[in-house]
Design a protein around this ligand. Structure first.
Ligand code: MG
Length: 260
């Protein structure tokens, strides 16, 4: 009796498997309709796109030409204080200018995945400054990962450190810099790295356009972007956006960000 039951079970299993996995291969279930693969909620939020230099309606405005209130000094708070100093940079004709030697600045707000718009203008070349010494600054996603800012006007340097590079990791796909003294427009799409208690779960990924030209295409970062040594990851959560003071008066304008 037992044998019969076992044989019956095996036959039934094979029959069901055949029906589901072999006979049906390449066929749509007969009950499917076009509507079966369509959905209506959740409805994406309405965003009024920006036109010209106007930011989109849901952007956080980090600098609109009037004040540095969204920013603070990168220097650690003074002893006995838990507040950083105000951003030590200046506003000139509605532009944010680095005050060389004053140190970098960072946003008061912390960010993860985001879309960032930022424009910069290189200062006139000084003397024989070339390469990394000309128009150097940087956009640091999450205070850690540098998208290089450099004068790209007839200014040779190592290509993984030129304007548009992910510093010392990824040269840009194209050289879309125009001319010294002209505004350069970065649009950045940032996927933050994810960590758990064991370390890295998924690395950071970045897409960048410079003046509308795709220069980083879903580049997967190997870690932070040191001047010396190799990149690596150290677990972190949301962090400020920061801008580098590399000793020259680079100008910035129209800085806005959208949380993703
Ligand atoms: Mg730099």
């Amino acid at each position: 009796m037992k044998k019969i039951i076992v044989v019956f079970a095996v036959v039934a299993y094979v029959a069901i498997f055949f029906t589901q996995h072999v006979q049906g291969q390449g066929q749509r279930p007969p009950s499917w309709r076009p509507e079966s693969t369509e959905w209506y909620t959740p409805v994406p939020p309405k965003v009024q796109p920006g036109t010209g230099t106007k930011p989109p309606s849901d952007a956080i405005i980090l600098f609109d030409g009037t004040d540095l209130s969204k920013w603070e000094s990168q220097k650690p708070p003074a002893e006995g204080s838990n507040r950083r100093e105000p951003a030590p940079w200046k506003i000139v004709n509605g532009e944010m200018h680095i005050v060389p030697g004053s140190g970098g600045i960072q946003t008061k707000e912390y960010f993860g995945d985001c879309q960032l718009h930022i424009e910069f203008k290189s200062p006139p070349p000084k003397g024989n400054n070339i390469g990394q010494g000309r128009g150097n600054s940087g956009v640091f996603l999450q205070n850690t990962y540098e998208l290089q800012v450099l004068d790209g006007d007839n200014n040779p340097t190592y290509v993984n450190g030129m304007v548009g590079s992910i510093y010392k990791q990824s040269a840009p796909l194209a050289d879309a810099y125009t001319k010294n003294g002209e505004w350069q427009v970065y649009d950045v799409y940032w996927k933050a790295p994810v960590f758990d208690s064991n370390g890295l779960v998924s690395p950071a990924m970045i897409t960048v356009t410079l003046n509308g030209i795709l220069i980083q295409n879903n580049y997967i970062l190997k870690g932070h972007t040191p001047y010396t040594g190799l990149p690596s990851y150290t677990p972190h959560g949301r962090l400020p956006l920061s801008l580098q003071d590399h000793g020259e008066e680079i100008a910035f304008r129209n800085i806005w960000i959208r949380n993703l």
